[in-house]
Design a protein around this ligand. Structure first.
Ligand code: CAA
Length: 240
């Protein structure tokens, strides 16, 4: 097939499952990470997927990192903006630092990731932009004013990019995972997590691979008529 895919936050959690699933489909995959060198080299050793370190919140670093990926693997055809963090706190306790950190990484990080690859996609008349949003961008969440704002923002981004990319063969879609069994969800206090699982009709957390399979579909040629859409993969916890 010979297509190249970039997955931010692609060496851990949902991102790692996405990187592996795309590689299994024949893509040349580059996975970015922010800080955990050890986890990244272990991931590369185990999977053969190249990892690149940069801070998605920084435009210059993203631009330089993407140039390195394209020099190594060729033009990026599929970009998966997956990197994200939580800094949960009830609004009355949320600090400006907690607000800014989440906005910079989760929301500005999407701009910084997609903007440098967009001109090449337009020129080549093909592209797949896939943003990993969240159920909590759709429904809101106690203690996540910052995170929910970014995840709702993702939906505005893909709906706008869908309109701009349509004539250039570029689709832009979002996936809204529900609660998936990753480090991020495991960091929620156990008692709270049990309450959350009780609200999921299928009665369990999702698996990272269940999100990865949605990405593989949206990245495929077969999904060319789907743009500006959101796939909700949340075990029936919330319907839009
Ligand atoms: N709804 C209503 N009230 C709630 C609540 C909820 N969901 N969660 C907590 N409260 C209440 C508490 O019962 C408590 O009430 P009282 O003061 O009357 O007892 C009050 O809020 C404040 O509680 P705390 O003082 O314990 O608050 P805290 O400052 O210690 O913060 C917390 C605790 C951060 C809210 C913690 O409970 C938590 O992490 N909750 C989970 C938040 C969550 O779901 N995050 C999602 C992470 S996973 C993710 O984001 C991935 C994804 O995309 C799905």
């Amino acid at each position: 097939m010979g297509r190249t895919a970039l997955v931010t936050g692609g060496s851990r959690g949902i991102g790692a499952a996405i990187s592996k699933a795309l590689k299994a489909e024949g893509y040349d995959v580059a996975a970015t990470y922010a800080g955990n060198d050890e986890a990244a080299s272990k991931f590369t050793e185990e999977t053969g997927i190249k990892t690149y370190k940069w801070n998605v919140a920084d435009y210059g670093e993203s631009q330089a990192g993407i140039a390195r990926v394209e020099a190594d693997l060729g033009p990026i055809d599929v970009v998966v903006a997956n990197a994200g963090i939580t800094r949960d706190a009830p609004f009355h306790k949320m600090t400006p630092e907690q607000w800014n950190e989440v906005i910079d990484i989760n929301l500005t990080g999407v701009f910084n990731t997609v903007h440098p690859v967009w001109p090449g996609m337009r020129e080549r008349k093909f592209g797949r932009v896939i943003v990993i949003s969240s159920i909590n961008g759709q429904k809101g969440q106690f203690a996540q004013v910052n995170y929910a704002a970014t995840k709702a923002g993702d939906l505005g981004i893909i709906k706008s990019l869908a309109q701009e990319g349509a004539r250039a063969g570029i689709t832009a879609n979002a996936i809204c995972p529900g609660y998936i069994g990753t480090d991020m969800v495991m960091a929620v206090p156990e008692k709270v997590r049990e309450q959350i699982i009780a609200q999921i009709p299928v009665g369990r957390l999702g698996e990272p691979e269940e999100i990865a399979r949605c990405v593989v579909f949206l990245a495929s040629e077969d999904a060319g008529f789907i743009t500006g859409s959101t796939i909700s993969a949340n075990g029936g916890q919330f319907f839009v």
